[in-house]
Ligand binder design. Structure first.
Ligand code: FES
Length: 108
């Protein structure tokens, strides 16, 4: 059994050279919102859910992105309503949010 049941990583990468990056699409706000929601729902901790920051996940063209393990499901979100759906559906109940999946061909 893994230490966490689910682990979500948010790319918070900020680029200063004008190239696209997740930080330009409110990634920090989404991360903070997810952290708050997971805690408020009592989902945080060993055997449950962990929300972590990440650097560039190299799928910038699909950004802003977050990835959930162990399922390795990639999400492209727009706003905090999308984050709520990921928390309520996937992190809480294991149901993948199909409408937010990052298109498989999108990489860097
Ligand atoms: S900047 Fe977010 S995946 Fe690269």
């Amino acid at each position: 059994m893994s230490y966490y049941e689910r682990h979500i990583f948010f790319c918070l990468n900020q680029r200063d050279n004008g190239e696209a990056c997740c930080a330009d699409h409110h990634a920090q706000e989404a991360f903070d919102h997810c952290k708050r929601r997971v805690k408020a729902e009592g989902l945080a901790g060993p055997g449950k859910v962990r929300v972590n920051k990440a650097g560039c996940l190299d799928r910038c063209a699909g950004g802003p992105v977050a990835v959930v393990y162990p399922e390795a499901v990639w999400y492209t979100y727009v706003d905090t309503h999308d984050i709520d759906e990921i928390v309520d559906s996937h992190l809480k109940n294991g149901q993948v949010v199909e409408r937010l999946l990052t298109p498989p061909h999108l990489g860097r």
